[in-house]
Design a protein around this ligand. Sequence first.
Ligand code: NAD
Ligand code: ZN
Length: 352
Amino acid sequence: MFTITKAKPERGIWSSDQPSLPAPGRGMVMVDVIAAGICGTDYHIYTWDAWSAGRIPTPMTIGHEFVGRISAIGEDVTGFEIGERVSAECHIACGKCALCRTGNAHICEKTEIIGVDRPGAFAEQVEIPATNLWKVPDAIPNKHAAVFDPVGNAMHMVSTAKVTARDVLIVGGGPIGLFAAAIAKAHGARTVVLQEPNQARGAIAHSLELDLVVNPRDENCRSDILDITEGRGPDVVLEVSGNGAALNAALDIAAPGAIVALLGIPGGPVELDLGGKVVMKGISLIGITGRRMFETWFQVEAFMLKNPDLIEKVVTHVLPAKDFEYGFKLMDDGACGKVVLDFQTSQLKEAV
Ligand code: NAD
Ligand code: ZN
């Protein structure tokens, strides 16, 4: 089968022809991938930054956000049928530890992530535990269903940060930041400001009809954010850039008592003035990883069913999977929102 693989520990990503997977094991399901999104994390793996070099064994078939159809079912799996269309939670938690048993499986320390720790979804087939599957309603098209996972990251962050009636600053207008902006607006934020240096992404943010889109390279950026918050500064910051300097600037402008949710993954350690910018301002810093299982999935499904137009604005490209290099090039240039790869071109022509 065709796969997109991190074949060697250096910058780049390669296609590879691999044998089909054996029949799924106990509790496992085989999914024939229809479409899969390229995540910021796949891009980190492509560039081979310090985080990926320390985490990813090579060779590794990458990719973890996808939609597909069940093609084989292992022993002891109930409730699923061959042919059903599914997405899946890519974090495979142990299910047994105290965190898993108290509704916190997204921070289980034994988590394995598909496409990071075990073979992923940039392939014609992927094997997944049945407990991780999410049945996709017919009304959600493939190109939206392929991005349940990053919309889930955004949903998890926005829900945790409690944005209703608050002034919200989103730092980073990559796909997750853009999804978060749309969700924050739907959750009744008082104002939603998105900060993004890339013009193509700024233009997508404009199309979401936010209260303000700012460019950190513009000298009025700070004063424009203060103006729209009547001088107070944002009382919620959603950090989705992974840029340490941007985080420092956001902590500086945040209102005292602000909630600052961190989802972006910096390429290395970040220096912060904790005393002045966090402690003395009574700021709450919250790390956000993955999606709550499965509360976030219910929320995302409802959001997608109600707001297909917003998802459509952020998913800017659907490419044949064989053109993956172009997809990564688009991400290099930031000339895109979410890029989705089509693993079944003929089928997607009718379905996406
Ligand atoms: P992305 O990494 O392309 O988005 C980051 C955006 O931040 C880019 O558009 C970039 O131009 C922008 N940016 C850079 N400097 C900025 C600045 N000074 N101010 C404002 N914006 C700036 O794509 P993404 O898929 O949206 O991912 C966002 C981040 O979230 C990445 O760091 C990714 O690794 C991370 N991530 C985290 C999780 C998690 O579970 N915590 C899951 C997936 C992705
Ligand atoms: Zn666990």
